[in-house]
Write a protein that binds this ligand. Structure first.
Ligand code: PGA
Length: 256
């Protein structure tokens, strides 16, 4: 059984004091979380505050939105995997479409980051997905094959269960237009089939694949009921602690 994983990608939002206030409300809303893993992914500046606040809550992990692949050096403005580990960070987003589109991250860079994260003991959440143009051009499979093939190049099957894949079609991110559960499931099944070709079926069956792109409390349950959808990466709707808590409840409802 793959444990479902819900992650809140705050992007460039909330100061560390706002994060602390969020967390107080969030904790009072969610109650006991047993069968899910919840990851909060704030900006770097709020990581330390949230790690302290979540210390005693085993279901909640803290993640980072980015890292550099080198261990240290003259890379102004960057943060290494070891620096994140030193803050007890467990997960790191790699290759989010905003980083690919706005900051020039290529599949090669993404691959280096995945390798460096694993090497340092972090779990990468590898984000991928097609643009609207690629979908309209019938190129979804080609894009996913390339992003998975290159993004995971050089990894061994034993590395794979440490990795989470986040399928985020670019046209669904921040647009309010989520993929339908059927559309998402189709891509997730395809991703699992490609992973199976690359690493073998037993390994592919263990990898968790999150869906991301306009996930809200209203659509979460139907998405989470799909066979190959193992969680969600939530942007906008995760900025309100009550709405992220409702997404957690809807996911718990989907487990029954
Ligand atoms: P969204 O963002 O939920 O606001 O669409 C998802 C993401 O970018 O991870």
């Amino acid at each position: 059984m793959r444990k479902k994983i819900l992650a809140a990608n705050w992007k460039m939002n909330l100061t560390h004091t706002e994060a602390e206030a969020y967390f107080v409300t969030f904790l009072s809303e969610i109650g006991q979380v047993n069968d899910l893993e919840v990851v909060i992914i704030p900006p770097f500046t709020a990581i330390s505050a949230l790690v302290t606040a979540s210390e005693k809550i085993p279901a909640i992990r803290i993640g980072a939105q980015n890292m550099h692949w080198e261990k240290s050096g003259a890379f102004t403005g960057e943060v290494s995997a070891a620096m994140l580990r030193a803050h007890y960070v467990k997960y790191v987003l790699v290759g989010h479409s905003e980083r690919r589109m706005m900051f020039g991250e290529t599949d090669e860079i993404v691959n280096r980051k995945v390798g460096a994260a694993l090497h340092a003991g972090l779990r990468p959440i590898l984000c991928l997905g097609e643009t609207l143009q690629e979908r309209d051009g019938g190129r979804v499979e080609e894009v996913l094959r390339r992003q998975l093939g290159k993004g995971l190049e050089g990894l061994a099957p034993r590395d794979l269960p440490e990795i989470v894949i986040a399928y985020e079609p670019c046209w669904a991110i921040g647009t309010g237009r989520s993929a339908t559960p059927a559309e998402a499931e189709q891509s997730h099944a395809l991703i699992r089939a490609i992973l199976s070709e690359l690493f073998g079926k037993p390994t592919a069956d263990r990898v968790r694949i999150q869906y991301g792109g306009s996930v809200r409390p209203e659509n979460a349950e139907d998405l989470m009921r799909q066979k190959n959808i193992d969680g969600a990466l939530v942007g906008g709707a995760s900025l309100d602690p009550r709405s992220f808590a409702r997404i957690i409840w809807r996911t718990e409802a989907a487990l029954t």
